[in-house]
Design a protein around this ligand. Structure first.
Ligand code: MN
Length: 484
């Protein structure tokens, strides 16, 4: 099993065998029709879904789609029952590799395709794209079976793009980059692995460019003081939360937050001004969180089809918008945006983003008041009903990158399941260093669920689960030995 980037040779390009297998997958896909498309509700899942919708339209196929927060046995049974007569084929994107058995038990009458990048069960790792189960054949595209680490080197939307490309469709190559960034595949400071092949395609198509620059949210679209004051990932010591402190800070550097044309955004700054701002921020971070200081600068990806100084021009901002649509239960808005709608749907998306931000701000407030608990191996909090389960992972990730925490530990956030009062949502986040030392959150989640019940999985660096409430204590024990 390939857990991280150092154990194997990281390829920046798909090899000939992988490409021909993906091509073959595409051919079989094109031989089928009447699709139900099922995808995940985060930015990568929404981007994946849009890339495949665009492909199916291009191929002249009939389709419907469904976006889910997770793929568990109950949900699989529901979709299977609903889709009985309507569709002949089902495509799972950004999910499915971890549920191959469940899928094969419930969809024996359908043609099944899976395009995912999450780690499949061991027995499906060595197979070629075609999996033969007792009931049916499944066509399965997953980087792990080609020796590529899906946690870091390619996202679900990247794999969808590779499938679309083999069928002659490169239209949404920029959306594949958005999906990768949304999936935090640039967490080392830049996109790595075959993500770079997608990047190259995007540059060749003239729709993407990249450079090294500040990685704060809002570099394209937000007035400078707001970019600084509302930075949450990471928080800026003594600036986050106050527009006035942000403005004072800028003035102290000789940077005017407004000029004759109105607000100044980061992208409006001259090179020297950018340098000045970055070094001053770096110093601020250094004392509080050296990790945040280190990650302040990295590659940023610009979508050249989008208008300058708008949210969609920056891949990270675009991804946040998609993520908020998915998590606020309006994923179809995000899909329309990926497919090119810049009118009504874009307006809707902005208000969804506002609601999402408010939810996150409240979550962060909650953590500020209630604090984190600490065990030998990890930090954790149980927000119960105070933080929505759909953003508990985001909030865990934010506090992890912002607070001055011991980087040898990971973080675990819990919240009540809004749809089932007997269940808890668990989200965990780690960092590259401890993943390299052998921490694998996806495996821990699977192990925990194996013992206390529930369903979970994910990547080595970020994973989640849904478990019975009475199993929480035991589950945390399994994660690292803790007395509650
Ligand atoms: Mn993904």
């Amino acid at each position: 099993m390939k857990e991280h980037t150092e154990e194997h040779n990281v390829k920046e390009q798909l090899d000939a065998n992988t490409r021909s297998q993906i091509k073959n997958f595409g051919k079989i896909l094109n031989d089928n029709n009447d699709f139900l498309l099922v995808s995940h509700h985060d930015a990568d899942g929404v981007a994946s879904c849009a890339i495949i919708i665009d492909l199916l339209k291009f191929l002249g196929k009939n389709y419907e789609f469904k976006i889910l927060r997770q793929l568990d046995s109950a949900i699989i049974k529901t979709i299977s029952a609903e889709s009985k007569s309507k569709c002949k084929s089902v495509i799972f994107t950004d999910m499915g590799s971890g549920q191959i058995e469940l899928i094969s038990e419930n969809f024996s009458d359908k043609k099944i395709f899976i395009i995912d990048h999450h780690l499949p069960q061991q027995e499906y790792l060595k197979t070629e794209i075609e999996i033969k189960t007792e009931n049916l054949k499944i066509e399965h595209v997953n980087p792990h079976i080609f020796g590529i680490d899906g946690a870091f080197e390619v996202s679900g939307s990247g794999m969808c793009y590779f499938v679309a490309r083999e069928l002659g469709r490169k239209n949404l190559v920029d959306i594949a980059i958005v999906g990768a960034v949304g999936d935090m595949q640039d967490s080392s400071g830049k996109l790595i692995g075959v993500n770079r092949e997608i990047l190259k395609d995007g540059i060749k198509e003239g729709v993407i460019k990249f450079k090294k620059d500040i990685r704060l949210f809002g570099r394209e679209s937000r007035p400078l003081p707001y970019m600084l004051a509302y930075a949450t990932d990471p928080f800026i010591p003594n600036i986050s939360g106050s527009e006035n402190s942000a403005a004072d800070f800028l003035l102290s550097l000789g940077i005017k937050p407004r000029n004759d044309d109105g607000w100044v955004n980061y992208v409006d700054l001259k090179f020297e001004e950018r340098q000045k701002l970055i070094s001053a921020l770096y110093v601020r971070f250094l004392n509080v969180s050296p990790y945040a200081a280190k990650s302040l600068v990295g590659e940023v990806y610009t979508l050249l089809k989008e208008k300058k100084r708008t949210l969609l021009r920056d891949a990270k901002e675009f991804a946040t918008l998609l993520n908020s649509c998915g998590r606020q239960k309006m994923p179809e808005i995000g899909i329309h945006i990926c497919l090119g709608d810049r009118d009504e749907m874009f307006k809707n998306a902005l208000s969804v983003l506002e609601a999402h931000r408010l939810m996150i701000r409240r979550g962060i407030e909650y953590l500020k008041i209630n604090g984190l608990k600490e065990s030998k191996k990890f930090y954790y909090f149980d927000a119960k009903g105070a933080i929505d389960e759909n953003v508990v992972g985001i909030i865990a990730g934010m506090s992890y990158s912002s607070l001055n925490l011991n980087r040898d530990k990971f973080i675990v956030g819990l919240a009540d399941d809004s749809e089932d009062s007997t269940m808890k949502k668990v989200s965990a986040r780690a960092n590259l260093d401890i993943v390299k030392k052998g921490v694998n959150l996806g495996d821990l989640m699977r192990e925990g669920c194996w013992i206390v019940g529930g369903e979970g999985g994910g990547h080595s660096i970020a994973a989640g689960a849904r478990i019975p409430k009475e199993g929480v204590g035991k589950f945390l024990e399994i994660l690292g030995g803790v007395e509650i």
